[in-house]
Write a protein that binds this ligand. Structure first.
Ligand code: BES
Ligand code: MN
Ligand code: ZN
Length: 483
C-alpha cells in the first residue's frame, strides 16, 4: 500500500532517502528533524556517502533505520533508471524485517512520485506462487510505503493502472494448463460482471464454426482445449461516438504445432497469451478508472498443440474474411487467430481504429531487442499517438515500416496468401504485420508485436523481475485518456 504524507515524521521503523549527487554535494538534508539530519551530514562529511548512482549508506537514528540511497547526477536520470534505482532501494535486504518504510525523494514532482508508485507496484512484483515458503522466512512481502510528497489527483489512477499491469502478469505467469481458454473466459466474465457500460459476446466452438472462423479453429484443432473469442463493447462515452478496438492474441500455449518448436524456444510459451492478458487487464483498468471513451476489447483464444488432429503445413484454410491461406508453417499461428478476430470485429463492430497486440514474431527480438515493442501501422497519426503514449508511460515502442512493396512477400501459388513469407524470415515482423493488415480493410490499424517485451527470461530487465512484464496496459490506458 502507498500513502502520502506532507513531511518526514520518522515514526516508522525505517526510512529510505534518495539523494542526487548534487544534493549531497550541497549537503542539502532532505530529512526534517535535527538528529536525522545531523547523522546524514556526518556520513557525508566523513565521505561515507557521496550520492553516486547506487551508493547506499545505512544510519541508525534514535533506534530507527535511515538508509541513504544515491541517484547520481540528476541530469543522467531517465524515467527508466529512476524506477530501477527506486526499485533497488525498496528491495534492499535492510528492509527485510520492516513492513513500513517512509520514502523521501530527491524532489516532489508528479513524475518522480509516479516513479515511486511504479517502482513499488510494478518493480517489486514477483511470481512466487509455486515456491514453498521456508518456516523462518520473515520477509515482508508487501510493504507499506509512506511517500513524503503532496497528494495529487493523478496518483490514484497511477496506482490502479500499476496494479492492473500486475493483473496481466498474473495471467501470463501461471501454468498454461491452468490459464486456459475457460479460465480466461471466467476472468473476462468476472471483470465485466455488473458493469452496465459493457455488453459482451462470447463465441464458443459452435458459434465460431457457424461464423466460419476457419483459421482460429484450424489452429486449435490439435488441442483438447476449447476455442474462445471474447468481446466486450465498453461504452464510456456517448453511444453514438466512435469505437476503437483493442484485439489481443491469446495462445494459451504455443508448441509450434507440427512444425514443433525446439527445446529452448518452447519453455516460456505460456507467454503467448500476453496480448490477450494486456487486453483483459486494460478492460479492467478502463472499468476501474471509468474512462470516458468507447472501446471494443477482443481476444482470440486458442492453443497450438500437437496431435493427430493438428492442422498441417501445406493445408489451405479459409477463415471469416473469405481469404484463403496456405499454411507455410504451423508455428505462424498467431496471425491466423488474429486474422479471424480482426476481420470479425472490423465487420461487426465497425471500429474507427483497430490496435492489435500480440507475441507474434521472434524476429522482433532480432530487430529491436527486448526493450522496445515493435509497432507497425497503416496510419501515421495513429502510430504517432501510440508512440507518444509508449514514451510517456515508459512502456517503450518503436516503429517498423509497412509499405506497398511488402505485399508480394506473402504470396502463395495455391492460395490467396500464405502465413509465412517468401523472404525466408527476413523482416519477419514486417511480413507478419502485412499478413494481419489484409484482414482489416481500410480501417486505420496499428499492430504491437510484444514477443520481445512481454516476458523477462533472465533475472530482471529494467525494473521488471523475472517473468511477465504486463506490457501494453500502460500504453493502451494512456492512449485512451489522450485520444
Ligand atoms: N509465439 C511465437 C512468437 C514468439 C517468439 C513469442 C518468442 C514470444 C517469444 C509465434 O507464434 C511464432 O512462433 N512465430 C514464428 C513465425 C514464423 C514461423 C514465421 C517465429 O517467430 O519463429
Ligand atoms: Mn508460433
Ligand atoms: Zn505464437
Amino acid at each position: 500500500m502507498i500513502q502520502f504524507r506532507s513531511a518526514f515524521k520518522g515514526d516508522k521503523k525505517s526510512a529510505l532517502v534518495f539523494m542526487t549527487l548534487e544534493q549531497v554535494k550541497e549537503k542539502k538534508c532532505a530529512l526534517s528533524g535535527k538528529k536525522a539530519c545531523d547523522a546524514a551530514r556526518a556520513a557525508v562529511s566523513a565521505g561515507h556517502f557521496e550520492g553516486n548512482k547506487g551508493d547506499i549508506f545505512p544510519l541508525i537514528v534514535d533506534g530507527k533505520m535511515v538508509v541513504l540511497f544515491g541517484l547520481g547526477k540528476k541530469a543522467d536520470l531517465t524515467p527508466t533508471s529512476l524506477r530501477g534505482l527506486i526499485r533497488r532501494g525498496l528491495l534492499l535486504s535492510y528492509f527485510k524485517k520492516s513492513a513500513d518504510i517512509e520514502v523521501i525523494l530527491h524532489e516532489d514532482t508528479v513524475d518522480t512520485v509516479k516513479a515511486v508508485i511504479e517502482a513499488d507496484i510494478i518493480g517489486t512484483y514477483s511470481w512466487k506462487k509455486y515456491i514453498a515458503k521456508k518456516a523462518d522466512d520473515k520477509t515482508v512481502e508487501k510493504k507499506n510505503i509512506f511517500v513524503i510528497a503532496a497528494l495529487r489527483p493523478e496518483y490514484a489512477a497511477c496506482i490502479t493502472t500499476s496494479e492492473n499491469v500486475n493483473f496481466a502478469r498474473e495471467l501470463v505467469n501461471d501454468n498454461a494448463d491452468l490459464v486456459d481458454s475457460l479460465y480466461l473466459e471466467k476472468t473476462f466474465r468476472g471483470i465485466v460482471k455488473g458493469v452496465r457500460s459493457v455488453e459482451i459476446e462470447v463465441l464458443g466452438r459452435k458459434e465460431l464454426a457457424a461464423k466460419k472462423f476457419g483459421l482460429l479453429l484450424a489452429v486449435n484443432q490439435g488441442s483438447n482445449k476449447k476455442p474462445r473469442v471474447l468481446i466486450a463493447k465498453y461504452t464510456g462515452a456517448d453511444k453514438d461516438a466512435p469505437y476503437t478496438a483493442f484485439i489481443g492474441k491469446g495462445l494459451t500455449f504455443d508448441s509450434g504445432g507440427l512444425n514443433l518448436k525446439p527445446t529452448g524456444s518452447m519453455e516460456t510459451m505460456r507467454e503467448d497469451m500476453s496480448g490477450a492478458a494486456a487486453v483483459l487487464a486494460t478492460l479492467k483498468n478502463t472499468i476501474d478508472l471509468r474512462i470516458k471513451k468507447n472501446i471494443i476489447f477482443a481476444c482470440g483464444i486458442a492453443e497450438n498443440a500437437i496431435d493427430a488432429n493438428s492442422y498441417k503445413p501445406g493445408d489451405v484454410i479459409t477463415g471469416y474474411a473469405g481469404i484463403s491461406v496456405e499454411i507455410g508453417n504451423t508455428d505462424a499461428e498467431g496471425r491466423l487467430v488474429l486474422a479471424d478476430v480482426m476481420a470479425y470485429v472490423n465487420k461487426t463492430y465497425k471500429p474507427v481504429k483497430i490496435i492489435d497486440i500480440a507475441t507474434l514474431t521472434g524476429a522482433v527480438v532480432v530487430a529491436l531487442g527486448h526493450d522496445y515493442t515493435g509497432l507497425v501501422s497503416n496510419n501515421d497519426a495513429l502510430a504517432e499517438a501510440l508512440l507518444k503514449s509508449a514514451a510517456a508511460t515508459d512502456d517503450r515502442a518503436w516503429r517498423l515500416p509497412n509499405y506497398p512493396e511488402i505485399k508480394d512477400s506473402i504470396k502463395s501459388k495455391i492460395a490467396d496468401i500464405r502465413n509465412t513469407s517468401t523472404l525466408r524470415g527476413a523482416g519477419g515482423t514486417i511480413t507478419g504485420a502485412e499478413f494481419l493488415r489484409r484482414f482489416i480493410g481500410e480501417t486505420p490499424w496499428a499492430h504491437l508485436d510484444i514477443a520481445g517485451t512481454a516476458f523477462v527470461d533472465g533475472d530482471s530487465r529494467f525494473y521488471y523481475g523475472h517473468g511477465a512484464t504486463g506490457v501494453g496496459v500502460r500504453i493502451f490506458t494512456d492512449y485512451m485518456l489522450n485520444n
